[in-house]
Design a binder for this molecule. Sequence first.
Ligand code: BEZ
Ligand code: FE
Length: 272
Amino acid sequence: MNESLTHNVTEAFVHCADARTKEIVTALVRHLHAFAREVNLTNDEWRRGIEFLTATGKKCDGIRQEFILLSDTLGLSIVLDDINQHHDEAATESSLLGPFYRDGVKESAFGANIAQSEGEPVFFHGAVRDVSGKPVAGALIEVWQTAPNGMYEGQDPEQPEGNLRGRFRTNADGEYAFHSIKPTSYPIPTDGPVGKMLVATGRHPMRPAHIHFRIEAPDHEPLTTALYSSDDPYVNSDAVFGVKPSLIIEYVPKESGYDVARDFTLIAKERA
Ligand code: BEZ
Ligand code: FE
């Protein structure tokens, strides 16, 4: 094995003026070479890899981003989340944004119902606080989830505009409340190379039922997270590895439907 090959290649970047670019590209070369050597990659396997990446690129357009789906299913996205999220145990943990977030949803009143689909009713409520326990008033809370058919509005022309998407402001006590329906587990898009990769490797494409939250408040770090249903059969085998134990919630049965009480804790931005 000729170890000097790797050295020769990393040396080719010696004049790279940007220190961070140099660090990233030389580390990439070292890891790529180590990977090929570890698995004794054959020429045929290399070609199939190139074909797979080419097909992944061809599947991308203004809406579909197959490379992000590849990053999600290889766990790279959640590693990035881990690298870049706070590690303050008092604050709510983050989770993946996913491809179905939509900006520009109309703001709804405290306690509004975001569901225009039939389903099992759920009352979601709680408060947004900072790590000292102080309520965060006026925080923007955006939520989105699938309908019982496992599709987000936007994927499904049968669903009314804005279905199961909400935008709320916390009140003076930091509280939020809205009505919705119980989310459903659903498959990530499987009609592309990533779907083929999952089949070829004996993996399922399902995400456990969840509701996404994005919370923003002045002087606080924004939070992108999701709450996962404890009773979902895929809660321990999420296709994109987004589930964290602290984000698993119980849907508590009540007279009609369920109640979910859940607080969120934000981190104050560091002052410059
Ligand atoms: C989602 O939860 O919406 C999602 C996340 C990653 C990949 C596909 C879907
Ligand atoms: Fe989702």
